[in-house]
Write a protein that binds this ligand. Sequence first.
Ligand SMILES: *[C@@H]1O[C@H](CO)[C@@H](O)[C@H](O)[C@H]1NC(C)=O
Ligand SMILES: *[C@@H]1O[C@H](CO)[C@@H](O)[C@H](O)[C@H]1NC(C)=O
Ligand SMILES: *[C@@H]1O[C@H](CO)[C@@H](O)[C@H](O)[C@H]1NC(C)=O
Ligand SMILES: [Mg+2]
Length: 241
Amino acid sequence: MWPVGFLPLLLLVAIWVTQSQSSPPPLTHQIHLLRPLSGSAGEAVYGLSCLSWRLGVETHNVIGWSTIPGKCEGYVGHYMLGHQYRADSKVDVWIFDTDETSLSNLPYYARHGFGVEKYNSTLFNAWVEEGKAPALPETLRLYKKLQSLGIKPVFITGRTEDQRNVTKSNLLRAGYHSWEKLVLKASSYPTAVAYKSSQREQIEKSGYRIIGNIGDQWSDLLGSHAGNRTFKLPDPMYYIS
Ligand SMILES: *[C@@H]1O[C@H](CO)[C@@H](O)[C@H](O)[C@H]1NC(C)=O
Ligand SMILES: *[C@@H]1O[C@H](CO)[C@@H](O)[C@H](O)[C@H]1NC(C)=O
Ligand SMILES: *[C@@H]1O[C@H](CO)[C@@H](O)[C@H](O)[C@H]1NC(C)=O
Ligand SMILES: [Mg+2]
């Protein structure tokens, strides 16, 4: 026999364990208050669980249906008012840096020289203003592949806001025909890492999921909100921190 005092203690421990399990973070811009769970995914309808029914209707395997089967109403309601619906509604994006990633300034460097002592910002900006930088072909191929998979491109560049028009027309001319966002630098930041991290954070906060990120500088890929996979392109010409 257990001592008399044991059962209440067991109950207390059970309550503590339940309460200390981490709950998901609060939803930003909550659409509606969460509804307590009623109706479980395992509830059977037409011999299917509600989870299988939902998969079936989303994949068009169950056709000709008009509304939720009664038994699954609680399950669907909970899904719609919960975190999973919001997570499933996020759009997957891929971050592309611009110079020496999406666009190549090789024609400029080939003409003017590759070393830092050859760099002349007046001449380089004049080249940028021409809007004639070709695509880095490997990046353009990746861009097209990702688009075919439904992953949206987002360009984040260290180019400044006053270069938006020429950057836009240059990207179009080089074969980048559409994008979700084109982010240019609108104010100054202590480092490129700080700038790019803060822009990526804003992108995630506005409901996107960054699944990949490619750039020629480590500052494109380090810092926070870097994305699920990062890819470093070669650039032995210069280093931006
Ligand atoms: C940069 O190029 C411009 C135009 O050719 C020239 O006037 C200027 O002196 C150059 N600047 C430097 C630092 O070489
Ligand atoms: C950029 O283009 C828009 C419309 O195409 C125009 O209104 C704007 O003046 C342009 N900005 C610059 C800096 O050229
Ligand atoms: C992708 O990155 C996000 C944000 O850092 C993270 O929450 C998530 O677990 C990652 N997903 C995978 C499959 O690694
Ligand atoms: Mg770059």
